[in-house]
Design a protein around this ligand. Structure first.
Ligand code: FE2
Length: 287
């Protein structure tokens, strides 16, 4: 009898793309990386927007009252201050380096407005789907200030803010058993390299936002430049190696729901009928 052994398979970039300029809310300029025509979704991820500008006119209009149902929105601020307020009485201020993991569940109406008149506003919004059994849960917030997000240093010249998931013994504060997400913000010093694991059966992507790096090993290594998204696959061992300028990137993974997606704007359900019901519930004030 042979004993099963786990053989390390190197992961590689299976697809690479750049986001497209978009506008959302009351006219906020951003780059849509997931959720646009190039990549409609990467189950369970429905959308990834990068916002990053020094021009106040690009963000001042903010995101006035709008609903969500059936999924989660994750806002990670790199720079800037954003105030959120919802129709259930929740309110908070997201400052530079903080994260808000909002489970919209059965529904809420909220606004997300910049609390600054000038200066840089930079960060990401990610939408994470919920499986059918969790789509109608009560809304829930997981919100953490920068000092509550642990930092791992798994290799020389490598610093990782662990928002969700784990790097060695360092565990991120976000809990979501439905998709078991990983959300890492990684800084690689020039030429620094890090080999990390990818959870089996999860979909994963990396998005570089400063500098450049190579992803993968040997013949499979491919470059990833700032503002490029890499869909990852083919294995469970991921090698990241920074170029001469170093690199900053987010590495995100989660277990796919593998369920049908019926999506219309801020409502993401399993069937068209459920989306219609969301419209009715919203219009009749049941959020
Ligand atoms: Fe929102």
């Amino acid at each position: 009898m042979s004993t099963a052994t786990s053989i390390r398979q190197p992961a590689r970039i299976t697809r690479k793309l750049r986001g497209t300029p978009a506008s959302d809310g009351a006219g906020v300029k951003l780059t849509r990386v997931i959720g646009g025509p190039q990549l409609e979704m990467l189950d369970p991820f429905l959308l990834l927007d990068e916002f990053g500008t020094d021009r106040a006119e690009d963000y001042l209009a903010g995101f006035p009252d709008h609903p969500h149902r059936g999924f989660e929105t994750v806002t990670y601020m790199l720079d800037g201050r954003m105030r959120h307020r919802d129709n259930h009485g929740n309110e908070g201020l997201l400052t530079s380096g903080s994260v808000q993991w909002m489970t919209a569940g059965r529904g809420l109406v909220h606004s997300e407005m910049p609390e600054q008149q000038e200066g840089r506003m930079r960060g990401f919004q990610l939408w994470v789907n919920l499986p059918a059994k969790d789509k109608m849960v009560e809304p829930r917030y997981q919100e953490f200030a920068p000092e509550q997000i642990p930092v791992a240093t798994p290799a020389q010249g490598v610093e990782v803010k662990v928002i969700a998931g784990a790097v060695g013994e360092v565990k991120g504060p976000i809990a979501q058993p439905a998709t078991e997400p990983t959300y890492l913000d990684i800084v690689l010093q020039p030429q620094a390299a890090w080999e990390t694991g990818l959870a089996e059966g999860h979909n994963a992507f990396a998005y570089a936002y400063e500098g450049g790096l190579t992803v993968g090993e040997g013949e499979d290594a491919r470059p990833l430049e700032a503002q490029e998204l890499a869909v990852l696959g083919g294995g469970d061992a991921l090698t990241l190696r920074a170029g001469r300028a170093g690199a900053r990137l987010i590495l995100i993974a989660g277990r796919p729901t593998r369920e049908p997606v019926a999506r219309y704007g801020p409502f993401v359900m399993n069937t068209r009928e459920e989306v219609m019901q969301a419209f009715v519930d919203y219009q009749e004030g049941r959020f």
